[in-house]
Write a protein that binds this ligand. Sequence first.
Ligand code: PMT
Length: 402
Amino acid sequence: MNILLGVTGCIGAYKAAELLRQLQQRGAVVRVVMTQSACQFVGPVTFEALSGHSVMTGLFEPGANTTIKHIEAARWANLLLVAPATANIIAKFARGLADDMLSTIYLSATCPVMIAPAMNVEMWRHPATQENVAILQARGVEIIEPESGFLACGAVGEGRLAEPEVIAARAIAFLQRASAGADLSGHHVLVTAGPTCEDLDPIRFLTNRSSGKMGYALAEAALARGADVTLISGPTRLTPPPMARFIPVWSAQQMCDAVTRHLNEATIVIKAAAVADFRPRHPQASKIKKSDQSVTLDLEPTPDILTEVGRRKTHQIVVGFAAETDKPVEHGRDKLQRKNLDMIVVNDVTAPGAGFDVDTNRVTIIDRYDHVIALPLLSKREVADRIFDHLIEVFLSTQVDE
Ligand code: PMT
């Protein structure tokens, strides 16, 4: 496994030395290319000593032009991994600029590309950066989302480089998947994500704390593995993956209608959405006026979309989620059977780092053959990949005796 590690100029550059080590420990041969700004933070000698190879730092440095270095490096690599990736290099990659060694290698590379962004929270959230990231994702570049926490600039928020062990594990898994080929190619994955909103009147509605992160991670993972994806989502603050067919919905009824409309073309259905179980029986056409009297809400059940999908499924593999607060495996098993599912992903939403509106999740996968796989705390993207790994292993590649 040849990994070309691109290091760009930010404070997280020092972590790239540990990352290099982690990659080597997992069996990779690593060469390093640094931008001029990265050299301001860490010396190339560190990476030369660790990698055992000379470090590429510039297009025109003496001795670097006896061969066409950027082409040679691009051909050598099985994976181009940029960590940390600054807003600047992400913008260059997205727009096709090639004015230094790393951006020139990116344009010449035909291997898979993975980037681990690191920057100030406002730079990360800026629409320009988000748009550039979305462009790269649409091209199949794998993004290792930055973590939240204290940043070098003193701000608190997302933007911190993911930990070297996390990046190394993701890089190796990504490389293995990429070399195994697009294992969901030919499949159509229908994912539901986010909350639903149930109107009380034109101003007020009932909803829940789902951010959509789990469902969007599933959509991104499915796309990266070669599937066609339909993403049906309640309102979230996330940018849908550009390659997905995106169907925004508001209420449980709208989600139900959209899922029903697109069920036939799907080969895999994954219901990560947190659908409201109840809705106001009589939503008002005009604003409910304030009064001194207490108000009683009359609620009626919404359609159970997953039960309906389980009832109507023909060729589809159907995966439900279960948000539980106690006895997760027991309740998960029960939902799997009652809703006629092939798999259920149970999250204990009271566990730290799991469930609603966080970047990580801790889940247990249960399938209809009663395999029970408890995963550790992982990023939602990693959880998504582990769900697909299990689904492929059990339902798409092997015969299992029932
Ligand atoms: O969006 P995030 O902030 O990333 O949070 C992720 C998550 C916690 C929302 C997600 O991991 C999750 O657990 N989603 C399912 C939440 C839920 O509604 O669980 P439930 O146990 O109430 O429902 C079980 C299953 O039935 C779910 O697949 C749900 O989509 C489905 N359902 C529920 C009610 C209903 N009326 N129709 C349904 O289809």
